[in-house]
Design a protein around this ligand. Structure first.
Ligand SMILES: Cc1cc2nc3c(=O)[nH]c(=O)nc-3n(C[C@H](O)[C@H](O)[C@H](O)COP(=O)(O)OP(=O)(O)OC[C@H]3O[C@@H](n4cnc5c(N)ncnc54)[C@H](O)[C@@H]3O)c2cc1C
Length: 337
């Protein structure tokens, strides 16, 4: 198998990532999970709060088989590379930008039997196959950070989200003891530059504990920012002859349910199982499409809805939202999903 990656070298951004139980089990089967955590996960009190700290809904501490494992992205990436790339003798060619399907025919060696296009939300291959500009800006940007060291107290025993007006803060302890946090803020698309740490401090620095402590424990250079987008319209199919779309290329979602990468991991597991179970690759791809398209497109819709609720900014709507959430025991279910 050959992996073509446009980046000059393999690596990941400095942020945390939630890995939900189904994806965690797949990583377990691949021998990756053991490299990330020793099985002990912090039992935390999570939930949804207002900026002054009052709880709208409390969840947990949840059962281990229902809560995500929180890891640093760089660790996940390293573990995947160590466990899979090295062990299976996969050839990884970095610094290779695929401009379109025709490029693949110019590579040395036999033409590929199967092309898996896992080239992200702005997928070149999806664009070539579907011929449309289909990335939608969600209306909010995300800042992300990880504390340099574990922060004692509430920062390591609690987690969840705090919803303000057009503004959210979320945090969760990572398995290595540090804490991952994010801020999502309504903003015009494409703002660049600036001091991200100063921005988030101005936005949420006076919110309830442990938010100020988490910001103080995060070096300014460790804060990253990116606009949030998803696919405007669901694709009609993921398979196209010998080519198949996987991960964000097929179903990029807003991160409100923290499951985009998990969905990509599940895609890969289902694709592998279907390839094992079918004599013809084309039949396996059709089966993969049938299994994964509905599930992932539901995820995109649900995540978009949570984002719309979380980013409400209008005064009357905001009051109605908070009153609704406070009265809604179902929030516990929503968050634990
Ligand atoms: C703020 C934020 C928080 C998130 N939090 C979570 C979370 O907690 N849990 C979770 O499960 N998911 C989360 N996600 C979603 C997750 O990051 C994505 O769903 C996941 O990265 C998708 O993986 P992918 O491999 O499909 O695409 P990508 O990660 O985008 O990888 C695509 C790769 O293809 C390469 N590439 C692109 N074009 C070309 C080309 N033409 N030629 C060669 N190489 C190319 C890129 O360089 C890149 O390495 C979050 C996303 C955001 C934005």
């Amino acid at each position: 198998m050959t992996v073509l990656e446009r980046a000059p070298e393999l690596g990941e951004v400095g942020a945390g990532i939630s890995i939900w139980p189904r994806a965690w089990r797949i990583l377990g089967d691949l021998g990756v999970a053991d490299r990330l955590a020793d099985g002990v996960r912090p039992a935390i009190q999570a939930g949804l709060r207002r900026p002054d700290g009052r709880w709208l809904a409390k969840v947990g501490p949840g059962a281990a088989d229902r809560i995500p494992v929180m890891v640093h992205r760089a660790r996940l990436h390293e573990a995947l590379v160590d466990a899979l790339v090295a062990r299976d003798g996969v050839e990884v060619r970095t610094g290779v930008k695929v401009g379109g399907l025709a490029d693949l025919d110019t590579l040395p060696g036999e033409p590929a039997d199967l092309v898996v296009a896992a080239d992200g939300i702005r997928s070149t291959i999806r664009h070539e196959l579907h011929q449309r500009d289909d990335v939608r800006y969600a209306g909010y940007t995300a800042y992300r950070g990880v504390t340099a060291e574990p922060v004692p107290g509430e920062a390591s025993t609690t987690g969840g989200e705090t919803w303000g007006s057009g503004l959210r803060f979320g945090w969760a302890p990572l398995v290595d003891g540090r804490t991952y946090w994010f801020v999502s803020a309504n903003r015009p698309a494409g703002e660049v530059g600036g001091d991200h740490h100063a921005d988030v401090t101005a936005l949420v620095g006076d919110w309830h504990d442990p938010i100020p402590q988490l910001l103080a424990a995060t070096p300014p250079s460790a804060v990253i920012r990116g606009d949030i987008s998803d696919l405007r319209l669901p694709l009609k199919r993921f398979d196209h002859g010998r080519v198949v779309l996987l991960g964000d290329a097929a179903h990029a979602t807003t991160p409100n349910l923290g499951q985009g990468a998990c969905a990509a991991i599940e895609d890969a597991a289902v694709l592998a199982a279907q390839l094992d179970g079918h004599a013809r690759i084309a039949d396996a791809l059709v089966a993969y499409d049938r299994i994964r398209r509905p599930a992932t497109q539901r995820l995109v819709r649900a995540s978009r809805l949570v984002g719309a609720l979380g980013q409400v900014e209008n005064g009357a709507l905001l009051k109605a939202r908070d009153a609704g959430l406070a009265g809604l025991g179902a929030v516990a279910g929503l968050l634990s999903r």
